[in-house]
Design a protein around this ligand. Structure first.
Ligand SMILES: C[S@@+](CC[C@H](N)C(=O)[O-])C[C@H]1O[C@@H](n2cnc3c(N)ncnc32)[C@H](O)[C@@H]1O
Length: 224
């Protein structure tokens, strides 16, 4: 899918984003509890990048646990950034929104935490190396990189099973599994955890870890 299509797809979803995600991503809300727990325990004035921030669902967790933080929300879609502004209006002055394409535009630097929620699967294989390098450069030493994403298993049989579990889940939520599956196949480039970890290590990250996984979804962390 071309970037223009990705933009249109998310522009349409902005208002109903969270409700839809609950029906499309197994344990979407439970994932937030895990991500919350993975954020640092000590509240300091962290500088945080929420890459592909959407409506600010992950930034909201940052403000809940680390209220002295400053968040940069970066997204390709103006409607999503508007939804972010509305959702996190109580925290205005504590965030800055940047409209841009993380593949070609600067994501800034000097971050203590970078979060990428359901975002990296938009990158093609060829775009990965540059992106992981930018993430590493953008983080301060000791900084945390946290990603939750759609993934695939190395084993084709397991991968197919995961897709079948995922489709069953979407159906149980009243969604059309074939519609969403074909959109995924058309526009996304999910990776195996092995490849994700290899790109992270190549960029220089250490303490690369899978913190949670269910079927074709995972939450991972790495440190600089
Ligand atoms: C599925 S949403 C994820 C929202 C949120 N981070 C979460 O965890 O639920 C993916 C977001 O990434 C944004 N996005 C996709 N490709 C992008 C790119 N190349 N540059 C910046 N943002 C991008 C989309 O506009 C969308 O808001």
């Amino acid at each position: 899918m071309k970037q223009e299509q990705v933009k249109k797809h998310f522009a349409k979803q902005a208002d109903e984003y969270e409700k839809l995600m609950v029906k499309l991503v197994p344990h979407y809300l439970e994932q937030h509890q895990i991500i919350y727990n993975l954020l640092p325990e000590v509240d300091k004035s962290y500088r945080v990048l929420d890459l592909g921030c959407g409506n600010g669902i992950l930034s909201e967790l940052v403000f809940q646990k680390l209220p002295n933080s400053f968040v940069v929300g970066f997204d390709l879609t103006e409607n999503m950034l508007n939804a972010f502004k509305k959702k996190l209006s109580d925290h205005s002055g504590k965030f800055e929104l940047k409209l841009g394409d993380f593949r070609t535009d600067s994501i800034g630097k000097g971050y203590d935490i970078i979060m990428a929620g359901l975002t990296l699967h938009h990158l093609t294989w060829e775009e990965r190396e540059k992106m992981y390098q930018s993430l590493y450069t953008a983080l301060n030493t000791g900084g945390l990189f946290l990603a939750r994403d759609i993934i695939i298993d190395e084993d084709q049989t397991v991968m197919k099973k995961h897709y079948s579990y995922w489709k069953k889940f979407m159906k149980s939520q009243g969604e059309d599994p074939e519609f969403w599956y074909s959109k995924h196949i058309e526009k996304d480039h999910p990776m195996t955890l092995t490849d994700h970890f290899a790109w992270l290590r190549k960029a220089g990250f250490s303490k690369v870890a899978c913190q949670w996984r269910l079927y074709n979804f995972a939450i991972t962390t790495a440190e600089k």
